[in-house]
Design a protein around this ligand. Structure first.
Ligand code: EPU
Length: 338
């Protein structure tokens, strides 16, 4: 376990922002942490934040509290049925490692979620998603350390209240739980999800799609469109795709026949925020060292490497205003602004 005062977080946020926290705690052994947590409960009565890889955070200033960084990385097969393999992973494991390792075990389902930055713990808090799949599709249960009575508890998938980039951990259990492990229900027989337009385009006439091929396709598509946080600071999609009702959708279609959207099949439509930002002419737009990414307008980047969180936030507000003026839709950040 590490317990360090006045700690620099530059390596712990993918925007690479040079901010500090008052106290930094990391742990690689769950039982040691649970014991520490029980004996140091005051940490959780003050300001604290659990950070995985910091791939969905924007720090606008130093963090006046404790950062808790799970580094627990054990994973393995919990049990098998004739058709399913249940894999358990601790929260600190890098997300893409679980995708790679489960494929090696012939446990299928996570391949569309290849290369998403972040950790296993964060994957369920945020209900990560890409290319037609959300992690909640494969979650069986989530184990968390409860900060009300300091014991570990388990929630079933249904109890996690998963929604688009949302879960109970961002709502009722916000600041009351630290995710410590996730059980994934994976399949023994591949069922490749190739519904997403980019994937279909990638494979074209290839009919022999295997999970490994699909993982490689996703990796290639992501590398083409999305900036690598190791090269240029970013946090993936900065905004969520807004959801509109049929009336609003029909109005939009009249004014913008080339509108990009996903039909949610329930009378609502998710509008591609990246497309709207692009339509406002903001692709590549620069603001004091921060910028809108040139290949995917939903992504904001720390282009100069020296942009502050405050500047990136200002850029996001400029974008929100322009999108609102043009489409009469308020786009909301997906990234958590601290
Ligand atoms: N588009 C543009 N211009 C742009 C960006 C997008 O015209 O600058 C168009 C695309 O051509 C496409 C549509 O908008 O027709 C949607 O774009 P894309 O397929 O890239 O997906 P997205 O809706 O912008 C979402 C997720 C991504 C995920 C992709 C693929 C959200 C907020 N973002 O983006 O997730 O990788 O779908 O499934 O839902 C993330 O959450 O950090 C993330 C990267």
């Amino acid at each position: 376990m590490k317990d360090i005062p006045n700690y620099c977080l530059k390596q712990h946020n993918t925007f690479k922002l040079d901010v500090k926290c008052k106290r930094y705690i990391s742990f690689d052994n769950l039982y040691e942490f649970v014991l520490f947590g029980k004996e140091n409960q005051q940490i959780f009565y003050d300001k604290f934040l659990v950070v995985g890889e910091g791939s969905n955070l924007l720090f606008t200033k130093d963090f006046d509290g404790t950062i808790i960084n799970p580094q627990t990385k054990n994973f393995g097969i919990l049990r098998e049925t004739a058709t399913e393999i249940i894999i358990q992973s601790e929260a600190g494991l890098k997300w893409d490692i679980i995708v790679e390792e489960t494929l090696k075990l012939n446990a299928f389902g996570l391949e569309n979620l290849s290369l998403i930055p972040g950790t296993v713990g964060a994957s369920v808090v945020q209900n990560i998603g890409a290319y037609g799949v959300e992690v909640s599709d494969f979650v069986e249960s989530v184990k968390y350390f409860c900060l009300e009575d300091f014991v570990t508890k388990t929630l079933t998938k249904e109890q996690c209240k998963f929604d688009y980039r949302n879960s109970i951990f961002k709502n009722e259990l916000k600041n009351k739980a630290i995710v410590v492990a996730v059980d994934f229900n994976l399949k023994k027989t591949p069922a490749c999800n190739t519904t997403y337009a980019d994937i279909q385009k990638y494979f074209q006439s290839d009919n022999d799609i295997t999970p490994i091929k699909l993982r490689n396709a996703v990796i290639n598509i992501r590398n083409e469109k999305l900036p690598d946080p190791i090269v240029v600071g970013n946090a993936g999609s900065f905004f969520k795709n807004p959801v509109v009702n049929t009336t609003k959708f029909n109005q939009l279609l009249i004014n913008f026949p080339d509108l990009r959207f996903y039909d949610l099949q329930n009378g609502n439509y998710k509008i591609a925020a990246g497309w709207m930002i692009d339509k406002c002419g903001l692709k590549g737009f620069e603001y004091n060292g921060a910028a809108v990414h040139e290949n995917q307008a939903l992504v904001l980047i720390n282009k100069s490497g020296n942009a502050t969180g405050k500047i990136i936030k200002e850029l996001s507000e400029i974008i929100q205003e322009k999108v609102f003026d043009r489409f009469d839709i308020k786009i909301e950040p997906e990234v958590i602004i601290i």
